[in-house]
Design a protein around this ligand. Structure first.
Ligand code: FAD
Length: 418
């Protein structure tokens, strides 16, 4: 794999050529020094900070508390709302430094990247003062209650109802595929509050407390067992769940514009970092393949070369995005950033999962691992990567967005072919 390593070095020097400017470099120096002093040795080499079933859960929580205390949580949020006001370039630098130090960047997950920005953009000052600090501290951990049976891609087709009763909203209906329900204390969910209004006009965006759930509470999670054997998500049944009207963001019936903000962040925020974890996995597979004497096989080399090309493509488009940001442009306004990035990483991850198990042979499918369900790392990657082209907007729907908004092709006829 000498050739790929050479390409890698060349790419690194191109990365260095994107000049983030003296202030960002000053931030890099400061943050690197802080990280070298505080990074917990027990978390070195721990990749994705998923918590369910993780033997590192306690250490990850403690590391999150240290980052929070030092002001390195929700860093892209404005300072006035408890963030650090870092530019996207500085956030990318921070990710690079975490990667260099070999420790995971614990974040507040979707609360940090989707709900938080939606509250900042559409909430009242009172709502910001109440909800944002609780996200930063980790007290409010959110799950997403958007999808319903028969309302996934066609999100605005949702039927869960919210009826105003005094200063409360009473919610009934069903959500599905609620990821991370097991650790959540809150759910950001969409409810139809005006059944007579046009499809997109009668929806409200509600922050629903879910820490108390189960029979009799009006909120019940029923775990769904998935391909990996885990139950990372659930069906959610809402039956008269009550929430103060204070928790409606953006105004009653005005939830669609808040949703658009949320979805934009959900689809766009991986562009500059997706390649980092994939590169780590790639080199791990190369080492395993080398140990098995496979790296001289032309068919194996072809697969690995394909994978590395994809990773480099992701990294370069991330750099393009960063360069645009460093030049003061707002690339998030361009549809291709979210949709193209989403298709690229999700289809790559799925194909690379296949390549990995293929190269590692039966051992990759039969060896017991340390995961909760006894899965090995590559089994887990292979199985869980299947879902990447579905969640967060399916690949088909992303292609429609690119066709219509980027290429300017005629709009899809409603109901065509389905
Ligand atoms: C692992 C995972 C985690 C998830 N987590 C969450 C979560 O936490 N919260 C949440 O709210 N949701 C979650 N989801 C749900 C996810 O957002 C939906 O599955 C997704 O939006 C697709 O909706 P659907 O499953 O109803 O499929 P459908 O919309 O019924 O689509 C079925 C098929 O038809 C295709 N299709 C639909 N419309 C079109 C069109 N206009 N043109 C071309 N093809 C089309 C789709 O691409 C797909 O192949 C999760 C899903 C997965 C797999």
């Amino acid at each position: 794999m000498t050739d790929s390593r050479t390409v890698y070095r060349a790419a690194r020097s191109t990365a260095a050529a994107v000049d983030p400017g003296p202030e960002a470099e000053e931030f890099r120096r400061e943050f690197r020094a802080w990280l070298s002093e505080h990074a917990p040795p027990e978390l070195r080499g721990v990749g994705w900070p998923a918590v369910q079933g993780s033997p590192h859960a306690a250490a990850l929580k403690a590391w999150g508390d240290v980052l929070c205390e030092a002001g390195y949580m929700c860093v892209a949020w404005p300072r006035e709302y408890g963030g650090r006001g870092l530019s996207p370039v500085e956030v990318a630098i921070m990710n690079e430094e975490f990667d260099r130090a070999g420790v995971p960047r614990v974040t507040r997950g979707r609360a940090e990247t989707t709900v938080g920005p939606a509250i900042i953009a559409h909430g009242t000052e009172e709502q910001k003062a109440y909800f944002l600090p609780r996200i930063i501290s980790g007290e409010h951990v959110y799950c997403q209650g958007f999808s319903e049976p028969e309302a996934g891609s066609d999100l605005a087709g949702l039927r869960t109802s919210g009826v105003v009763d005094g200063d409360e909203l009473v919610i009934s209906g069903q959500k599905v595929w609620t990821s991370g329900y097991y650790e959540s204390t809150m759910m950001f969910c969409l409810v139809r509050t005006d059944p007579d209004a046009a499809k997109h006009a009668g929806i409200s965006y509600v922050l629903l407390p879910v820490a108390e759930n189960g029979p009799g509470t009006g909120i019940e999670f029923r775990p769904i067992r998935q391909l990996t054997g885990r139950s990372g998500f659930a069906e959610t049944f809402l039956d008269g769940a009550r929430v103060p009207l204070f928790n409606v963001i953006g105004g009653l019936h005005q939830g669609w514009r808040v949703t658009v903000t949320t979805l934009g962040h959900e689809r766009g925020n991986r562009a500059t970092i997706a390649h980092v974890g994939y590169a780590r996995d790639f080199w791990a597979v190369v080492e395993e393949a080398r140990a098995r004497g496979l790296t001289d096989d032309p068919a194996v080399r072809e697969k690995l070369a394909w994978a590395w090309t994809q990773i480099e493509t992701m990294r370069f488009s991330g750099l393009q995005l960063l360069a645009a940001l460093a030049a003061g442009q707002d690339p998030s306004a361009r549809a291709e950033n979210g949709s193209v990035t989403k298709i690229r990483w999700s289809e790559y991850a799925s194909r690379f999962g296949e390549i990995a198990v293929d190269l590692l042979g039966p051992e990759a499918l039969t060896a017991g691992g340390t995961g909760e369900e006894g899965l090995g790392y590559w089994q887990e990657q292979f199985l869980s990567s299947r879902s990447g082209t579905i969640w967060g907007g399916t690949a088909e729907v992303q292609r429609n967005i690119i066709a219509e908004r980027v290429l300017g092709l005629p709009k899809e006829r409603k109901g065509a072919g389905r």
